[in-house]
Design a protein around this ligand. Structure first.
Ligand code: ZN
Ligand code: ZN
Length: 371
């Protein structure tokens, strides 16, 4: 059954979905205020101020109420409006944006509900208007087929951020601590920050390229990576569709050169920002070819070809930051003014749904009958 929703103006659906999303996010925000030691992650918390979150939460509550009332009037099914109004009412009664944050002890074993809520709000705010203005597939709906699965991935990968980081750093430091050699690190740190950033991006993307290419060539790894390629529509949410084990493997491999070479924090932060923006941007439903810039940095067109339902292109464009890596290694394919007609997998597509897709690569495969 398709989960596509046509958000026609005037039917109370746009307001309904907005109200429900903002109401649920507001409730999550209040939970984060009450139980920061359980629901907020220490790394992410350092990136924002409590006042900023209070302001955002207040705006979300107002939108949830206002849109809920509009949807209640316009939409025959009151379900979305009721979800939005009830969740925002509970969030307000529980204290809303004015909840006092108690003194607590941070642990590395907490969820990133704050990271999920803030990322979702600001990704929607930035990418939906960009996609509406520069759409490649103009007929594609905001809530297109498969959006529920992708949102579930977005939720889980953000919620588990701290556990993913813990796994990656433990793996790197415990197994590859010997790679961090002082003379090499001193050499790297003597470089200006902008050069460190370029070297970090190149080194990390080279490792990502290798890992990604293995995922396409080794059948056992492909079953994990097939989940990412099962997306049949490209947009800002599609990139979230990645198997948890693939995230752990790829992030660990990418972390190795960053750890071993010992870049300064400013260069690493710039790289992390690039990863965050580009992971979303290269999947976006944006039909701009970016002129000469497309040879310098991975663009939506470059990565859309990697998602083409055609092996000639799917087994190419493995880099996610720097197309020059594909050019050097002979896997660059990006026709100048053309775009793929179809996305997805030619055969052996995983089932839809995050839970079914989690088990898909882990299930024993049926043996082929001998002729
Ligand atoms: Zn791939
Ligand atoms: Zn992708």
């Amino acid at each position: 059954m398709s989960d596509e929703v046509d958000l026609q103006f005037g039917k109370g659906l746009i307001s309904g979905y907005l109200s429900a999303i903002m109401g649920v996010l507001s409730l999550m925000g209040v939970l984060c205020f009450y139980y920061p030691e359980v629901f907020t992650s220490q790394e992410i918390r350092a990136a924002y101020s409590v006042d900023f979150v209070r302001g955002t939460l207040f705006v979300c509550l107002v939108i949830a109420y206002f849109m809920g009332v509009i949807s209640f009037v316009l939409n025959r099914s009151k379900k979305l409006a009721v979800i939005g109004i009830v969740t925002s009412l509970v969030a307000t009664l529980a204290g809303g944006s004015a909840v006092e944050v108690k003194v607590y002890e941070s642990t590395p074993y907490s969820f990133g509900l704050d990271w999920f809520a803030l990322s979702l709000i600001f990704s929607m705010l930035i990418f939906i208007p960009i996609e509406r203005s520069f759409a490649l597939h103009k007929e594609q709906k905001i809530l297109r087929k498969g959006w529920r699965t992708d949102l579930a991935y977005f939720f889980v990968s953000h919620l588990l951020i701290q556990f993913i980081l813990l796994f990656v750093t433990t793996f790197t430091e415990d197994w590859f601590g010997w790679t961090a050699l002082a003379p090499v690190q001193n050499g790297i740190r003597s470089m200006p920050i902008w050069l460190q950033f370029i070297v970090a991006t190149f080194a990390a993307d080279l490792c990502q390229y290798t890992c990604h290419r293995f995922h396409h060539k080794i059948p056992m790894l492909w079953r994990f990576h097939a989940v990412h390629h099962s997306a049949e529509h490209m947009d800002w949410l599609a990139g979230s569709r990645t198997h948890l084990i693939e995230i752990l493997v790829t992030r660990s491999i990418v972390m190795l050169p960053l750890y071993a070479l010992g870049f300064e924090m400013a260069a690493l932060n710039a790289y992390i920002t690039l990863v965050g923006v580009q992971a979303v941007a290269i999947h976006a439903n944006v039909g701009i070819n970016f002129g000469w810039l497309r040879y310098i940095i991975a663009t939506p067109q470059f990565h859309h070809w990697h998602h083409a339902k055609n092996h000639k292109y799917m087994d190419a464009n493995y880099a996610v930051h720097l197309p020059v890596i594909d050019m050097i290694l002979g896997t660059y394919r990006c026709p100048k003014d053309e775009w793929p007609e179809e996305y997805g997998i030619v055969s052996g597509k995983p089932p839809e749904g995050i839970w079914k897709q989690f088990w898909f690569p882990l299930k024993p495969r049926k043996k082929k009958k001998k002729p």
